[in-house]
Write a protein that binds this ligand. Structure first.
Ligand SMILES: [Zn+2]
Ligand SMILES: [Zn+2]
Length: 397
């Protein structure tokens, strides 16, 4: 392990240069052609077997160690966001309106570093290592599901993934047994009333009045219908109706998001929203349309694998650098992988006040403390070797 750690230290400048190359050349979800090619070329140069176009632009790299053991998958996402890069550094995005504002460039570079270090040591390694480079994390339906349908998890005994996270201090590791990230669902609805003259409201059905009452009623979904010990959020993020001061608006459209962890809570929130919409419209004689989309499942970590994460991370970085993660209301399609095989998702802090790295994910000036990639690479590599070399833990057998 000492030798692998030294190898990662030596690879660190390469990891930074790969990350900066990807940062300059971001590609949107479902368009990661060049990114996938960049990754596949490197893996093949290092003698790693590559399967391309797995469920889209996804890639699966396989490396067989020289000793028997289990098969462990490590995942990185590759896509960028439709955001204009407002940074001024030399590695800022060269593509107008597209930016790696979530750190997926760094995830890809980190996993490349891990793959290189493991491939150099393959003769001495137990088990098999599968590198999942996933397309389209940022956009529903995501890339994870289609990669799994295309066989990406066949023969896998355990699966791990990391998200660099600027709200947490650089170099610190966070994980949590059970649910950790929310299921992000969304709805778009339209209230259809009857337009008319602003001075003759009795001849109309005012969609703004119906819509306004609905927005207020939706606040009772979490406050009055969901178990208060279960986290849930209902937010209306968009409300559009009308165009003039003296015209009653015929229609009103709204978009919103619902975040939850528990499947019962998730379905209860959906049921209450639909019921409130139906009854509020009925009260005033309006009709409606609703498109309610269930997004990714929540990220639910296997407790035994989280224990492995805490043990391995404490040995590598010291117990002071390892923490239980709070619940995070953002979603992640890594959840699909660990619905199928035991594993866990982890955060590695990538923020640094001292270096001015404090912007949240999806911000136009988002950046990371690059040293966090060394921590993330060490975490993934050491977890993978630990899991590949060990007898199955109780929950797997
Ligand atoms: Zn993101
Ligand atoms: Zn992300």
């Amino acid at each position: 392990m000492e030798q692998l750690r030294k190898q990662l230290d030596e690879l660190y400048p390469d990891i930074v240069s790969w990350r900066r190359h990807l940062h300059r050349n971001p590609e949107l979800s479902f368009h990661e052609e060049k990114t996938a090619e960049f990754v596949a070329d490197k893996l093949e140069q290092w003698g790693i077997e590559v399967r391309r176009q797995v469920g889209g632009h996804g890639l699966v790299g396989t490396l067989r160690g020289g000793m028997p053991g289990r098969t462990v998958a490590l995942r990185a996402d590759m896509d960028a966001l439709p955001i204009q890069d407002e940074k001024t550094c030399e590695y800022k995005s060269q593509v107008p309106g597209v930016m790696h504002a979530c750190g997926h460039d760094a995830h890809t570079a980190t996993l490349l570093g891990v793959a290189k270090a493991l491939s150099d040591a393959r003769e001495r390694l137990p088990g098999t290592y599968v590198f999942l480079f996933q397309h389209a994390e940022e956009m529903n339906p995501g890339g994870a599901k289609s990669m799994i349908e295309a066989g990406a998890l066949e023969g896998i005994d355990a699966c791990y993934g990391v998200h660099l996270w600027t709200p947490f201090p650089s170099g610190h590791v966070y994980c949590r047994p059970g649910p950790m990230m929310a299921a992000p669902d969304e709805f778009t609805l339209e209230i259809i009333g009857k337009g008319g003259h602003g001075g003759l409201p009795h001849q109309t059905v005012d969609s703004i009045v119906v819509g306004a009452e609905l927005v207020s009623s939706l606040q009772t979904v979490v406050a009055r219908s969901i178990d208060p010990t279960e986290p849930c959020v209902v937010s209306v993020g968009s409300f559009h109706a009308g165009s003039s001061f003296n015209v009653i608006a015929e229609t009103c459209t709204m978009k919103g998001t619902v975040r939850s962890f528990d499947p019962t809570v998730r379905l209860e929130a959906k049921r209450r929203i639909e019921l409130l919409l139906e009854h509020t419209c009925a009260k005033y004689g309006a009709t409606y349309k609703i498109d309610y989309r269930l997004g990714y499942p929540p990220v639910v970590n296997d407790p035994d694998e989280v224990e492995r994460c805490f043990r391995v991370a404490a040995a590598a970085f010291g117990a002071d650098a390892v923490h239980e993660s709070p619940l995070i209301m953002a979603g992640e399609d890594f959840s699909y992988f660990i619905e199928k095989v035991p594993g866990c998702f982890m955060f590695v802090g990538a923020g640094s006040e001292e270096h001015g790295i404090r912007h949240p994910h999806h911000h136009p000036r988002f950046d990371i403390d690059e040293r966090a990639m060394r921590t993330a690479a060490g975490l993934l590599l050491e977890l993978a070797v630990d899991a590949a070399g060990q007898a199955p833990v109780a929950s797997i057998s």
